[in-house]
Each structure stands twice: as C-alpha cells, then as structure tokens.
Design a protein around this ligand. Structure first.
Ligand code: HEC
Ligand code: HEC
Ligand code: HEC
Length: 158
C-alpha cells in the first residue's frame, strides 16, 4: 500500500514537472535564453491505430523510467518475459536508421532517441553498457490491448 501511495504522489508531484520543462510543447518551442530543446527522431510506426506509444504519449513522457525499471525487476526476479515495456521493443520502434540504412549506437550519437532528452534533463540511466541501443528485431505495430497503467500501479503495491 505504501508503495502505491508513493507511486501516486510521485505521479502528482515531481516527475511531470521535469518533463514539461524537458519536452515543453509538442511543437518544441524554445523560450529565449533557454537551452535548445532536443528534437526527437520520429518512431518507425505507431503502436496501434488508437495509440502512438505502448502507453499514452503523455504518460510515457513522465513514466517510462519507472515502467522500464519495474519491467526489469519483473524479468530479473520473477522470470517474466512479456513484450510490454520491453527495452528491446522500445529500441526496435524508436531507433531509426541513418540515410545509408545503418544505425549508430547511443554512445556515438547525441541525437539517439534515448539520449538527447536525458542530456537535457541531466539524467544518465546506465542501461546500454549491457543492452543494445540499436534494433535487434523488426518493429511491430499491434492492435492488442496495451499494458494497462492501473494494473501496473496495482502490481507495484505488492
Ligand atoms: C550489467 C548489465 C545490465 C545493465 C547495466 C542493465 N541491464 Fe537490463 N538486463 C540485463 C540482463 C542480463 C537482462 C535479462 C535479459 C533477459 O533474460 O531477457 C536484463 C533485462 C532487462 C529488461 C527485461 C527484458 C526486456 O528487454 O525488456 C528490462 C526492461 C531491462 N533489463 C531494463 C534495463 C534498464 C532500464 C537499465 C538501465 C537503467 C538496465 N536494464 C541496465 C542486464 C543489464
Ligand atoms: C511500435 C512502436 C513503439 C514502441 C514499441 C514504443 N514506442 Fe514510444 N512512441 C512511439 C510513437 C509513435 C510515439 C509518439 C512520438 C513519435 O511519433 O515519435 C512515442 C512516444 C514516446 C515518448 C515521448 C516522446 C515525445 O515526443 O515526447 C517516449 C519517452 C517513449 N515513446 C518511450 C518509449 C519507451 C521507453 C518504450 C519501450 C518501453 C517505447 N517508447 C516503445 C512508438 C513506440
Ligand atoms: C522526452 C524525453 C525523453 C526521452 C525521449 C527518453 N527519456 Fe528517459 N527520462 C527522461 C527524463 C526527463 C527522465 C527523468 C525523470 C524520470 O525518472 O522519469 C528519464 C528517466 C529515465 C530512466 C530512469 C532513470 C533513473 O535512474 O531513474 C530510464 C531507465 C530511462 N529514462 C530510459 C529511457 C530509454 C531506454 C529511452 C529510449 C527508449 C528514453 N529513456 C527516452 C526523458 C526522456
């Protein structure tokens, strides 16, 4: 229960703030004197006809770090391997090739989808010393029901 309450408090307070700063409006407008906002590479496809990402985009902006860490714990400690919030899937869909069709690793590319925002927001998740930052498989669009956010918060309270 405590974890669940904390989860809600975090959702209500902090995280959104950083994001609204980092991402500003969708049009990427920059107020005078601020550090230029990152221009994000467009994903290869939408997750489904109803939804662009694996959860609604505004939720993904605020919560993807939490989802990924939760998913990692599930996989490592409980052996659960489902595509929902899989890091491999994020990379397949979001990391796009250069004009010659090749991919650049996150360490070599400041514009990598998983890097530009983090530099701006001054967070440095250290995932890609182990995980591939370039696609291992084809991106897939699906109309299956996306992982439910409420369910996610329930399972976190256990
Ligand atoms: C020291 C190496 C290492 C580091 C650093 C690391 N991981 Fe992992 N991660 C693994 C291994 C090994 C697995 C298990 C792969 C499997 O069995 O599917 C795994 C599995 C996962 C999974 C579940 C499988 C998938 O593709 O969804 C997620 C999610 C994940 N890690 C996220 C992260 C995130 C986010 C970070 C950074 C904050 C991170 N990991 C850092 C080694 C690492
Ligand atoms: C099948 C494709 C697909 C998959 C898989 C996917 N996304 Fe997305 N994601 C999108 C699309 C489409 C958008 C909307 C922005 C765009 O068009 O690039 C988006 C938006 C986002 C945004 C907000 C970007 C912004 O414009 O502010 C973040 C952050 C994000 N995704 C992270 C992730 C993470 C982390 C994963 C893995 C857990 C993931 N995505 C999996 C397609 C995908
Ligand atoms: C729209 C900007 C943006 C994009 C794109 C983005 N991130 Fe983030 N990410 C952030 C911000 C801001 C934070 C810090 C706030 C938080 O923890 O949610 C963060 C936090 C994280 C964290 C948690 C760090 C920690 O130690 O708690 C992980 C893991 C992460 N991102 C992974 C990814 C991966 C993987 C991708 C690419 C698939 C990605 N992010 C793309 C902005 C972004």
């Amino acid at each position: 229960m405590l974890v669940r309450r904390l989860f809600r408090i975090i959702m209500q307070l902090g995280v959104g703030l950083i994001f609204s700063l980092a991402v500003n409006a969708d049009n990427g407008e920059t107020a005078a004197g601020r550090v230029p906002l990152p221009t994000l590479p467009t994903a290869k496809m939408d997750f489904s006809t109803e939804q662009k990402c694996v959860a609604p985009t505004d939720i993904m902006r605020r919560m993807h770090g939490t989802f990924l860490k939760h998913k990692r714990n599930e996989t490592m400690h409980q052996g659960i391997r489902t595509p929902a919030y899989s890091l491999v899937e994020c990379i397949s869909c979001h990391v796009t090739p250069k004009e010659d069709g090749s991919y650049t690793k996150i360490q070599e590319d400041p514009q990598h989808f998983c890097r530009s925002c983090h530099a701006y927001a001054a967070v440095q998740p250290d995932c890609f010393q182990c995980h591939a930052s370039t696609p291992e498989k084809e991106a897939v669009s699906t109309d299956s029901v996306p992982a439910n956010v409420e369910e996610m918060s329930m399972s976190m309270s256990k």
